[in-house]
Design a protein around this ligand. Structure first.
Ligand SMILES: *[C@@H]1O[C@H](CO)[C@@H](O)[C@H](O)[C@H]1NC(C)=O
Ligand SMILES: *[C@@H]1O[C@H](CO)[C@@H](O)[C@H](O)[C@H]1NC(C)=O
Ligand SMILES: CC(=O)N[C@H]1CO[C@H](CO)[C@@H](O)[C@@H]1O
Length: 462
């Protein structure tokens, strides 16, 4: 008797369990089949990176797990008087507890599920997420970064991406020692990566982090939602030496494929290190699942900033179009991991804190000024943008993405900013200079302007 009652109770419970089990399975199946839009395969199918179709269309979630003064000035402003210029000095100045509190509040609010809802609505299919090595711990004495915490926020965001059918490219944006000496590597100043006393050590220290990322994203649970990883953002090849960077990349690729097995694991992206694609002749893009990434901007180069609007459109279509075409032919899958419609460098702190802008002649020791009377006033205030200006910005965007789609695709820098609208995709859509749906646009835009994109080679002067 007693036994029977027990059994019936157990049966009911296991039935209850099975019911949930089936429901859960159904939910997973539905979740796995989410596609963000009609041109993108759902998340239970592979995305054909090898062939470069469909196109990757995305935004960067910058200024989130790696801070950047120009994206979120509010995190830096209270401490600028104290000499804070980057994440390193911010953490050092605040100390571990206050730094952790500030960063966690930021991690929890800068990117939310709604971010992915919006990204999906805009006809995009990817996000690129910069992280610092400190996300994965193993810091050495003297490194003030907040260890490990950002990784948890990354994983939560990947689940939101999964829910909305968005694919995630996680990329190492800050390596030990700083691979470029820029604020967005975590630490501004000297390059201590493949350079200086600890340079070799820091470059070696970078490899286990990459293996950790590669092994983690090889798990079947992440195969489709996080199918691409970035090896390293913008190593300064022009200062460290191209050969040193390329040799390190060879070690990195070997280390990654050792962790995943050949032909397995995420695609790995090599930023071009500001070198020409010829420097990457020794890589086997398809065998090792490699892509190359160029970051294309005009506002850091005076000669490009000086061009007329018409010449800038032509330059985007032809020079960047031919770069994407040539690189795809000679290397393989080629993406543009960063670009924007900014045609001036007036964004607050864009060039670093209190270092001025080329546009108005206040940058460093440079004698350049865009024109004798050009000022940065109003450049970051979208309410002052005229209809003509917005039309040009939209044309410049369309010209760029058409050029970049001669390769595998593109990621706008950035999804949003606190106060620099030309660098904010969301602001651009709201202000009417970026399209509400990135996939819904006429083809042949550059051709219609008279600047076909896929000419074999075009001289840089436009
Ligand atoms: C960070 O995580 C690693 C392993 O994932 C662990 O070894 C380390 O102790 C953690 N560091 C901190 C500061 O919590
Ligand atoms: C490379 O390292 C040396 C020695 O530490 C340093 O003086 C130099 O500034 C570094 N180069 C760059 C570009 O940071
Ligand atoms: C001094 C410095 O590192 N400045 C960099 C800060 O970040 C911006 C935005 O990416 C760069 O443009 C600056 O060069």
């Amino acid at each position: 008797m007693q036994g029977d009652i027990d059994r019936s109770r157990i049966d009911k419970r296991s039935c209850f369990r099975r019911y949930w089990c089936i429901l859960l399975l159904l939910m997973l199946l539905v979740a796995a089949a989410i596609a963000p839009n009609s041109y993108t395969p759902p998340l239970n199918q592979p995305f054909d990176y090898a062939n470069g179709t469909p196109k990757m269309r995305g935004v960067n979630l910058g200024g989130w797990l790696v801070l950047e003064p120009f994206i979120t000035p509010s995190l830096f402003d209270p401490y600028i008087m104290d000499g804070v210029v980057d994440e390193w000095t911010l953490c050092e100045h605040l100390g571990p507890d206050a730094a952790r509190k500030l960063l966690e509040d930021h991690y929890a609010s800068w990117v939310t599920e709604d971010t992915f809802v919006q990204i999906k609505k805009l006809g995009l299919n990817h996000v690129r997420v910069p992280i610092g090595f400190w996300a994965m711990g193993s810091l050495v004495r003297g490194e003030p970064y907040v260890a490990n915490i950002s990784w948890n926020y990354l994983l939560r965001a990947i689940e939101w991406a999964r829910k909305h059918g968005i694919r995630v490219m996680v990329e190492l944006h800050g390596a030990p020692g700083s691979q470029n000496g820029w604020n967005h590597s975590g630490r501004v100043g000297q390059i201590r990566w493949l350079n200086g006393t600890d340079g070799a050590l820091n470059a070696q220290r970078t490899l286990p982090y990459l293996q950790q990322m590669a092994a983690f994203f090889s798990d079947p649970a992440y195969t489709h939602v996080s199918p691409v990883m970035g090896i390293l953002n913008e190593p300064a090849g022009f200062l460290i030496g191209g050969e040193a960077v390329v040799n390190w990349y060879k070690q990195a690729v070997a280390a990654i494929r050792q962790a995943t097995g050949l032909g397995r694991g995420p695609w790995a992206v090599l930023h071009d290190g500001f070198l020409s694609v010829d420097a990457f002749g020794g890589f086997k893009a398809q065998t090792d699942s490699l892509m190359i990434d160029s970051h294309l901007y005009i506002m850091f180069t005076e000669s490009l900033m000086s061009l007329s609007q018409t010449a800038q459109l032509k330059f985007a279509c032809q020079s960047w179009g031919s770069l994407a075409t040539t690189s795809t032919k000679t290397f393989g899958p080629t993406m543009v991991g960063e670009f924007s419609v900014a045609v001036n460098d007036c964004a607050t702190y864009l060039n670093g804190i209190n270092v001025g802008a080329r546009w108005d002649g206040t940058f460093g020791n440079s004698a350049y000024r865009h024109s004798p009377d050009s000022t940065c006033a109003d450049k970051n205030d979208a309410s002052t943008y005229t209809a003509d200006y917005k039309t040009f910005l939209k044309q410049f965007f369309l010209a760029q993405i058409e050029a970049f789609e001669q390769g595998a695709g593109w990621f706008y820098w950035n999804f949003k900013t606190e106060s620099n609208p030309l660098w904010s995709y969301f602001d651009g859509v709201e202000g009417g200079w970026l399209p509400k749906d990135a996939s819904d646009r006429g083809l042949g835009y550059c051709t219609s302007l008279g600047y076909p994109v896929n000419l074999p080679s075009v001289d840089e002067s436009g």
